[in-house]
Design a protein around this ligand. Structure first.
Ligand code: ADP
Length: 488
């Protein structure tokens, strides 16, 4: 699939340090999850390279923060325009290494670019404050200054958007960045980096360290331990988030974490059921269920339970699974073999505990060596099942029955996670009651998709720290400084 790129020079397979492409003595393979075939091999950078990247980012920081906000804004805007000009190629690279259908991949490119555009604009609005004085001989000011060298560790499920959501606010604020992209999807990250260079982002301002899983751990340790790295932003599993948080304690690093979810999707009996079916479908099966905001548990009130299950299963049967380059396909492969095994384990566990398979339930065997799983609906799900407690991260929709609003809220909140949640209702009082009672960073009401660049994305409880996107998205990349002027 990569031979069809309009601009083959976007295919980069080395790291980037101080504006120079950096190769390594060892390399690791990037695999197409739809076919099992090797796409490319990429330089496997390690801690010594990370050290060099930190030094480059540190050296570049002074001149970068000294630029005017307008200059930084113009460069980011150019990067945005180049990302969009190469939307087709970036989408192709993403589908090849990540598996999501091409239309979805191109959609992610636009979503990713929108963060660069947004923060190009926000760069001009990092305002300070003047405060009323407590003494007429003094004047009190507040500055918001760039925090310094930032590190970003990103996942494979959104190979581009998770990078721009961190890098764009950092660069806008006047910080420099070292990125460690996911080992399963480095090609999209490297192509976007090439476009940043073409846009004129100066050497050292953006550094990228592709690495396999073993070297990623070593690089992660070094980034956390470095005194020069002042901020770590991570999107990925809660387990790794905890490790990075602990590793960052000795240097008291500021951290932003966007971790796992266990999103509830509640359908009340006053809901528009057809709309709820459509919302649940897109929320659940987008990216083959591999997003941290995908519905993980669907709760339906008893009066409408049978109707919802029947209509939802009928909708799910229309899904077409296959290679993301096939225009009819709307569900691609899972990212790796381990993901298929986890999904199967959740289905088998649910069935053993009394769930009924309404549709799907198995790996698809007839699509060659890719990792495909049938879009699955399980009825009669209960809270003791694995799929109720853990994020399945795959195309499985367990449907639970509930009686009262209180019961649904309690079940929805009965998890250590708190990222996205969804509910469907037409009752205004209930919309406020439930919207306020759900312990989540984001609540979708009568919608199944809620992310965009100008809203605060993030979680509470063990789903993370900080918010990405919106004007709040710049907060983690600036430090507040208080100036107290005397002798006026
Ligand atoms: P996912 O559940 O999305 O596979 P992970 O949390 O395992 O997510 O990985 C997300 C990112 O974190 C990847 O870039 C991966 O290389 C990196 N990573 C995984 N383990 C560690 C670690 N111990 N230290 C630093 N980075 C890590």
């Amino acid at each position: 699939p990569l031979t069809l790129l309009k601009d083959p020079t976007l295919l980069k397979t080395d790291g980037l340090i101080d504006g120079q492409w950096r190769t390594a003595s060892s390399r690791f393979d990037v695999i197409d999850p739809a076919t099992g075939c090797k796409l490319a091999d990429v330089a496997n950078l390690g801690p010594a390279d990370a050290q060099a990247a930190i030094a480059a980012a540190d050296a570049a920081w002074g001149p970068w923060k000294a630029r005017t906000v307008k200059e930084r804004s113009v460069l980011l805007r150019k990067w945005h325009d180049l990302l969009m000009a190469h939307q087709d190629d970036l989408g192709r690279i993403m589908t090849a290494e990540q598996g999501k259908p091409l239309a979805e991949a191109k959609g992610e490119v636009a979503y990713a670019a929108s963060f660069v555009e947004w923060f190009a604009e926000e760069a001009k609005r990092i305002n300070g404050e003047t405060l009323p004085t407590f003494d007429n001989n003094r004047r009190l000011l507040v500055l918001r200054q760039p925090i310094g060298v930032c590190a970003a560790i990103t996942p494979w499920n959104f190979p581009l958007a998770m990078i721009t959501r961190k890098v764009a606010p950092a660069l806008a604020a006047g910080c420099t960045v070292v990125i460690k992209p996911a080992e399963l999807t480095p090609l999209t990250a490297l192509a976007a980096t090439e476009l940043a260079l073409r846009a004129g982002i100066p050497a050292g301002v953006l550094n990228v360290l592709p690495a396999d899983s073993e070297q990623s751990i070593a690089i992660g340790k070094l980034l956390c331990a470095s005194e020069r790295v002042r901020h770590i932003s991570f999107t990925g599993s809660t387990e790794v988030g905890r490790i990075l948080m602990a590793q960052s304690a000795p240097t008291v690093k500021k951290i932003s974490l966007e971790l796992g979810g266990n999103a509830p999707f509640i359908v009340f009996d006053d809901a528009d059921i057809d709309s709820a079916v459509a919302g649940a479908f897109v929320s659940k099966y987008r990216n083959a269920g591999q997003t941290c905001v995908c519905s993980n548990r669907i709760y339906v009130q008893e009066k409408v339970y049978d109707e919802f299950v029947q209509k939802f299963a009928a909708k799910v049967l229309t899904a077409k699974v296959g290679n993301g380059f096939d225009a009819e396909v709307n569900q691609g492969p899972l990212i790796e073999e381990a993901a298929v095994l986890k999904v199967q384990r959740h289905v088998d566990d649910a069935v053993a505990k009394g769930a009924k398979v309404v549709t799907g339930g198995r790996r698809l065997q007839n699509l060659g060596s890719g990792q495909f799983f049938e879009p699955t609906v399980l009825a009669d799900a209960t809270s003791d099942m694995l799929c109720a407690r853990e994020e399945t991260f795959g195309p499985v929709a367990p449907i639970f029955k509930f009686k009262t609003e209180q019961e649904a809220i309690a079940a929805a909140n009965d998890t250590e996670f708190g990222l996205a949640s969804y509910f469907y209702s037409r009752d205004m009082g209930r919309i406020f009651r439930v919207g306020e009672a759900l312990e989540y960073g984001m609540v979708g009401i009568n919608v199944g998709v809620l992310a965009t660049e100008h809203v605060p994305f993030g979680g509470v409880k063990q789903s993370g720290l900080g918010r990405e996107g919106s004007h709040h998205g710049i907060d983690d990349y600036v430090e507040i400084k208080y100036l107290c002027l005397g002798d006026i």
